[in-house]
Design a protein around this ligand. Structure first.
Ligand SMILES: [Zn+2]
Length: 290
């Protein structure tokens, strides 16, 4: 707990007499085994840093089940995105795709718990063999179809595959698309924005010129903040466990890049979060919902 308070005082979240900023982590893998024994600490720390909500993304069936469990244990703070990640395709057991689809349709109608299908997508670096590439594609199509049927937005992993993903998406009537940790090709950004898709960026906003360039080009109305924990980072985050407590530093960097006040960034990002994921019980926290 001492560490929690140390982090809070470092984050310059609240200045005396001011309304505290409200932060969100739109993409974290709280269901990852690395967090297993630390969830209670991470959530207490996040709340201490004025993080008001997070979306626990899934990698496969096992982590989808775990995400739902975490939502039930932390109602109103943790929300779930269910799905199969392109990296998980190589280890997919014979009936796991169907069982995951069944699990998503069983839980995906409960909007208090499930707010997206994710993390899904394509990653050509993880699919050197043709059969894996084909399977990745098939799993992605099934996930998009599930999202369409349930009227849920999707959280997309697009490393090395963004142009291909952009070609596939219009075939589905999707509630929303979030390109999480979008990095390249940067030339796709105008089209991403024009289609009304969202982009989420995390800790590299503090130290990576490439990510800073993305943040500069994405309007604040299309931007979300994330950590993608437990992925670990360089810069000021080196050798630290990635947690939502990193978000205030991400917001500070976004504010600097965009020449905005931090409270204007947090207000708009929270509004984006509530609208994108359709989280009703957070609506009262947003002063002006458009
Ligand atoms: Zn992720």
């Amino acid at each position: 707990m001492e560490e929690i308070h140390k982090r809070r005082s470092l984050s310059s979240v609240v200045k005396s007499g001011e309304v505290p900023l409200k932060f969100v982590d739109a993409h974290i893998h709280l269901s990852d085994t690395e967090y297993c024994q630390k969830v209670a600490y991470i959530i207490a720390e996040a709340k201490c840093c004025n993080v008001v909500a997070l979306v626990s993304n899934s990698m496969n069936l096992e982590t989808s089940v775990r995400s739902i469990q975490l939502v039930k244990e932390n109602a109103g703070f943790v929300y779930a995105a269910l799905g199969i990640h392109p990296w998980s395709v190589t280890n997919l057991t014979s009936d796991e795709l169907q069982r995951t689809l069944d699990f998503i349709s069983q839980h995906g109608t409960n909007r208090e718990e499930v707010v997206a299908v994710g993390e899904i997508g394509l990653d050509s670096r993880y699919a050197k063999r043709r059969e894996i590439r084909d399977l990745q594609f098939r799993v992605f199509q099934e996930m998009l179809h599930a999202a369409e049927k349930l009227s849920l937005p999707v959280v997309v992993h697009s490393r090395w595959s963004a142009p291909k993903i952009m070609n596939i998406l219009p075939s589905y009537n999707l509630k929303g698309v979030l390109f999480h940790w979008f990095s390249s090709p940067i030339e796709l950004l105008p089209q991403i924005i024009e289609r009304g898709y969202f982009v989420s960026e995390g800790p590299p906003t503090v130290f990576s010129s490439r990510t800073q360039d993305v943040v500069r080009r994405v309007p604040i109305t299309n931007l979300l903040t994330e950590t993608d924990g437990p992925v670990s980072y360089h810069g000021p985050f080196k050798d630290k466990l990635t947690t939502p407590a990193f978000i205030p530093q991400v917001v500070k960097a976004v504010a600097e890049i965009k020449g905005m006040a931090e409270n204007d960034v947090t207000e708009q990002v929270l509004k984006n979060f509530v609208n994108f994921f359709g989280i009703r019980n957070l609506r009262s926290q947003v002063s002006s919902l458009s």
